[in-house]
Design a protein around this ligand. Structure first.
Ligand code: ADP
Ligand code: MG
Length: 716
């Protein structure tokens, strides 16, 4: 019953008429009292402190003063017309200036009345003034309200035009807060609240908007952040639990001929300890009878592909088929070639299916999959098409680089002919066996992001590079150093090495980018003429056959320079390439730069990454470039990337729901996130179905969340 109050439509709040309620809905998604009370300030202005006029300095962003207005004058004409009020306290005088609302302000000023003034001081003609300050008469009420931390709310131009600037929203909160007394149900158990010394939800909501003091504001933030993270983690862990209970995985109990033959006869090198450990983790999963849903993280070049292959071989050993899905055609080709090469002396049929596979070939592949002749299918999104049906698919590897959505991952579940070709809508597939799923990310993702984005998956990390890898030397050059860079490239080519030159590609201006690329290509060809040098070019607008042909020339060493857009970003593996030169490096994201750099340093020779940029660099671009120069560690780079961009801008986060974090912050609240996950996990371990009386509040809140959401438990 208590909930009904919070569900009250926003138009029932004093101060919200039909027009404002329409705007609140459209602009801020605020439909109910609950939506308003959970619309949190994004910062606070500290108004606990009063300054004296003589204490004002240029570097104070805001000052709050208390004093009287001695006289008021209107100066200037037309556009320059302004009102100047001389404001005094016992230490000096400062000018308050208004360019607008002059009439209204004039009426407000009564002589011999004390005012509280708040605003940003600026120095003009050697005197301080404050333009358009906030100004209130001193009264008991105003003094109390002024002397506080004042919340600042996000708002929009449209809302402002209806009096709902930040102040206006605060007025609504002030109207609502007295009404919520005893109406806010607790959502956490008293065990959690007492154990972590949290304040109640009601207390927290009150103080997040109208903090009584800084300590209570901190407690309110802590409480609300914890709660937000806790329920996300609880949902993820619950989804995992339901999936494990509802579906089983095929049991891969044997490690047989394929795996052993490959391991003993065809493995071109020793596995790293990290690779061995991860393969063991995967084997344990696959033998357990539970369906594996595992995230495999490892830096660029750490050897994830090999782990994927050995996992696939275990599936084959147990009589199942496997597939490997990649985000782009080039990468699919590359994987297909790698697997074919590694398996060339074994009797295993591998097929490649992409958007450009010919119809006749397609038919053969469909047949081969259904009669079980094709054991491994590699490809792009094309694998998701309905005609693609396997005889007995047991293992799905997804090489993802955050490009596949959760929904697409879920589609892989219906790929096997048993028990029914249609994707079940709910959990009514109870008891069915599903293929095991291994998700690989192209570059590491930050821990907090992994915990939220893939929080219902188990995680394996390859934290070791294959032996003998030399650190890639990364340098940053401005365009003026170009000739020296060219000279260096020539030395490398003379020593028999190959070089990538990469140009940015940004979708909104594809034409411009293509021109940029073609100009660059021409200047490279001029600088590196035939017959001594040969240059390949690959970009997104080429036919895939042409792309592949150019790529192959480079792979075979027939060309020494590959000029390309970011299409070569993932996967491409040419160990003889030692220089990665990136043009307009300031236009690339960090993970992209790191991924590109990972294209070199794959062989025995010292490799180099050269970041070219113009002189004009934004602060963020400079941080990105400096980070690249400073470190080769993908995990560290991922953390910086998250700090710079925020989780909402990292692809793949949209569907996950973590973009809706209202108050918690994946960068700042990493420890709290871990605490929330541990707490959620402990509760589920003790009370899997959340039936105990003490967890009633939690169960209710969880049910609330799930009401209108897709069934996450089915999604890998
Ligand atoms: P990524 O993790 O970026 O997908 P890859 O699987 O493409 O990395 O591996 C990078 C390179 O390292 C490949 O050339 C691969 O053959 C090689 N490699 C993988 N594992 C080992 C190992 N244990 N020892 C030596 N080289 C390895
Ligand atoms: Mg790879």
């Amino acid at each position: 019953m208590q909930n009904n109050f919070l569900d009250t439509p926003i138009e029932y709040l004093k101060g919200v008429g039909p027009q404002r309620s329409d705007l609140l809905k459209k602009e801020l998604n605020i439909f109910t009292f609950n939506d308003l009370i959970t619309f949190y300030p994004f910062r606070y202005v500290d108004r606990t402190k009063f300054y004296k006029v003589k204490e004002i300095t240029v570097d104070l962003p805001y000052v709050q003063l208390r004093g009287k207005i001695t006289d008021v004058e209107i100066v200037g004409k037309n556009k320059g017309k302004r009102l100047i009020a001389h404001f005094n306290d016992e230490t000096g005088t400062i000018e308050l200036v208004w360019f607008q609302g002059i009439k209204w302000i004039t009426e407000k000023f009564k002589p011999n009345t004390e005012f509280i003034v708040f605003g940003k001081p600026t120095l003009f003609n050697n005197k301080f003034n404050i333009a358009h300050p906030e100004i209130e008469e001193v009264s008991d009420e105003n003094t109390r309200l002024a002397a506080a931390l004042q919340p600042v709310y996000n708002t929009t131009e449209k809302l402002k035009s209806r009096g709902l600037e930040s102040k206006g929203i605060l007025r609504l909160q002030k109207a609502l807060i007295p009404l919520i007394k005893n109406k806010i149900p607790e959502t956490l158990s008293s065990q959690i609240i007492n154990g972590l010394k949290l304040i109640s939800r009601e207390e927290a909501l009150k103080n997040i908007h109208l903090p009584e003091n800084p300590e209570l504001l901190k407690k309110a933030e802590l409480r609300l952040k914890f709660e937000e993270l806790f329920f996300i983690q609880l949902r993820l862990l619950k989804a995992k639990q339901i999936r494990q209970k509802t579906y089983s995985g095929f049991v891969f109990s044997t490690v047989g001929n394929y795996f052993n033959e490959f391991y003993n006869k065809h493995l071109p090198f020793q596995l790293t300890n990290a690779q061995k450990r991860v393969i063991k983790e995967i084997r344990n999963d696959m033998g357990s009878g539970k369906q594996m849903n595992r995230l495999l993280q490892g830096d660029v070049g750490s050897g994830k592909t090999l782990v994927a292959l050995m996992t696939i071989l275990i599936a084959l050993d147990n009589g199942y088929q496997a597939c490997l899905m990649a985000p782009t055609e080039i990468l699919s080709n590359q994987h297909f070639n790698t697997l074919s090469r590694l398996l060339k002396d074994m009797d295993i049929q591998v097929a490649l299916l992409t958007g450009s596979t010919k119809t006749s070939e397609r038919k053969q592949i469909h047949q081969g999959l259904q009669n079980g002749e094709i054991k491994i299918l590699v490809g792009t999104h094309a694998l998701l098409e309905d005609e693609v049906q396997f005889n007995n698919l047991g293992m799905v590897v997804i090489d993802e680089q955050h490009r596949f959505g959760v929904a697409q991952r879920a589609r892989m579940w219906k790929k096997t002919s048993s028990p029914s070709p249609t994707l079940p809508k709910s959990e009514n597939m109870s008891g069915a066996s599903l293929p095991h799923i291994l998700v690989m990310t192209a570059t590491p993702i930050p821990r907090t992001l992994a915990m939220t984005l893939y929080g219902d998956l188990d995680t394996s990390v390859i934290d070791e590079m294959p032996p003998g890898r030399k650190q890639i030397t990364t340098v940053h050059n401005f365009d003026s150093k170009r000739l020296r860079v060219f000279a260096f490239m020539k030395e490398q080519i003379k020593a028999g090495r190959q070089i990538y030159v990469v140009y940015p590609l940004i979708e909104e201006s594809e034409k411009l980018d293509l021109k940029n690329l073609m100009d660059g290509y021409e200047s490279i060809v001029r600088e590196f003429p035939l017959p001594q040098y040969r240059v390949s070019i690959v970009h997104g607008q080429m036919k895939s056959g042409d792309k592949d042909w150019e790529m192959q020339r480079f792979v075979k060493g027939e060309t020494q320079i590959m000029v390309a857009t970011t299409v070569i970003e993932v996967g491409v593996d040419v160990p003889n390439a030692t220089v990665m030169m990136i043009e307009n490096a300031e236009r690339f994201g960090l993970s992209q730069l790191h991924q590109l750099r990972g294209r070199v340093g794959r062989g025995d020779n010292q490799s180099f990454c050269i970041l070219m940029s113009s002189y004009k660099l934004s602060a963020d671009a400079k941080t990105r470039i400096d980070t690249m120069v400073r470190t080769n560690d993908g995990f560290e780079i991922a953390e910086v990337d998250l700090r710079l961009r925020g989780p909402g801008d990292i692809t793949g986060t949209q569907q996950s729901g973590i973009a809706d974090l209202h108050i918690a912050d994946l960068v700042k609240d990493a420890q709290l996130l871990q605490l929330a996950r541990d707490t959620a996990s402990k509760i589920l371990a003790d009370d899997a179905t959340l039936e105990k009386a003490e967890n009633l509040a939690i169960a209710l809140q969880l049910a609330n969340f799930n009401k209108n959401r897709p069934n996450w438990s089915r999604i890998s």
